[in-house]
Design a protein around this ligand. Structure first.
Ligand code: CO
Length: 349
């Protein structure tokens, strides 16, 4: 059995939201061949995509080829639109969520889903999360690593995930038993990264570490003890720089330990228990995956492929399956056990 936590989907038909909401910046889909479309923002091509992004039958074929039992569907992070007016972001989130729920309903043993929520308005976001979990049967939400500054909402600052304004979202997720998958977007430093795909290679790992450090230092896990959170791309830069982060906590508590006295390492695995939070397995390197298993425990590292995009693992689970030094039990945790626990799936298939 294999459960792939990290896969992206879009509806085939998507309205022109610039026209609908009356201001620019939303993604449009231009279908120029039956197989192929362009995600457009204004006149700019954001990304070329193929029909496996929107066509469940194509996804199922590719899942069967890779031996994937179940995909966890979430939107493409560029759709988050945390910069937009809250009511519009709610409307677009509902379109995405209703679509994911429809795909899951048609194939409930092969797909499950995570919602998108308008994080720029935490109360609206909490209500949409509740609708998605209670009425649509989604397992939780995929959120970004921060909330953009929002000119439509009178806020000029970016909110990191320690911000007290986000409490209603954590509280709703904890009460609903909803899983939160944190995916980097709107990458830090992107203005200095015009070339070489650097926002994806340098910005995303930094962004993810920023989100993890914000939630640890901001005591979010301490305040919401039952909240389940997973971070994409193996936790980005966090695992490799943990030694530096832990050292900083001890030498400059006046800077690092102001909101939480618990050390960063206390959130990670010990001999007796796994880490307090999850990461996905998408690191493309066996030594990096070994480090994740050591730091988090195999019960907290969840197979994630970033299907169907090129920076992902083309054959989901191949890295895990190729590692001869892992026990059968560890592999089972990585390939599906950790995902079942994170998503609170009692049984699959
Ligand atoms: Co992704």
């Amino acid at each position: 059995m294999k459960i792939d936590l990290h896969t992206h989907i879009l509806p085939r038909e998507w309205p022109d939201l610039d026209a609908k909401y009356g201001y620019a910046g939303f993604v449009r889909l231009e279908h120029y061949q039956p197989c192929c479309a362009r995600m457009m923002i204004g006149d700019r091509v954001f990304r070329e995509i193929t029909d496996n992004v929107w066509e469940p039958a194509r996804r199922l074929e590719e899942m069967d080829r890779a031996g994937v039992s179940m995909q966890v569907l979430s939107t493409v992070p560029v759709m988050f639109s945390y910069w937009a007016k809250p009511a519009d972001a709610l409307d677009l989130s509902q379109r995405l969520n209703d679509h994911i729920a429809e795909v899951v309903r048609a194939n409930p043993t092969r797909f499950t889903g995570l919602a998108t929520i308008p994080l720029q308005d935490p109360d609206l976001a909490a209500r949409e999360l509740e609708r998605c979990v209670r009425e649509l049967g989604l397992r939780g939400a995929q959120i970004g690593t921060h909330v953009d500054a929002n000119q439509h909402f009178g806020r000029i600052d970016t909110l990191n995930l320690d911000n007290a304004a986000l409490q209603p979202v954590w509280s709703a997720a904890e009460q609903l038993g909803a899983a939160i998958f944190v995916h980097p977007w709107d990458m830090v430093g992107k203005k200095r990264m015009p070339k070489y795909w650097l926002p994806w290679l340098v910005g995303m790992p930094a962004e993810t570490s920023l989100a993890i450090c914000s939630m640890i230092f901001g005591a979010v896990f301490a305040r919401f003890p039952k909240l389940r959170v997973a971070f994409a791309h193996g936790g980005g830069a966090f695992p490799f720089t943990l030694g530096r982060i832990e050292h900083a906590f001890h030498v400059r508590p006046d800077l690092c330990a102001i909101d939480n006295k618990a050390t960063p390492r206390s959130y990670l695995a010990t001999a007796d228990r796994p880490a307090r939070f999850y990461v996905d397995s998408l690191v493309h390197d066996p030594d990096a995956l070994r480090l994740l298993i050591k730091l988090f425990g195999s019960q907290r590292v969840v197979l994630g492929s970033d299907y169907p995009f090129p920076l992902g693992e083309p054959h989901a689970g191949e890295l895990i399956e190729s590692m001869t030094d892992l026990s059968a039990d560890e592999k089972a945790q990585l390939l599906f056990g950790a995902a079942q626990e994170f998503l609170a799936l009692d049984s699959v298939g």
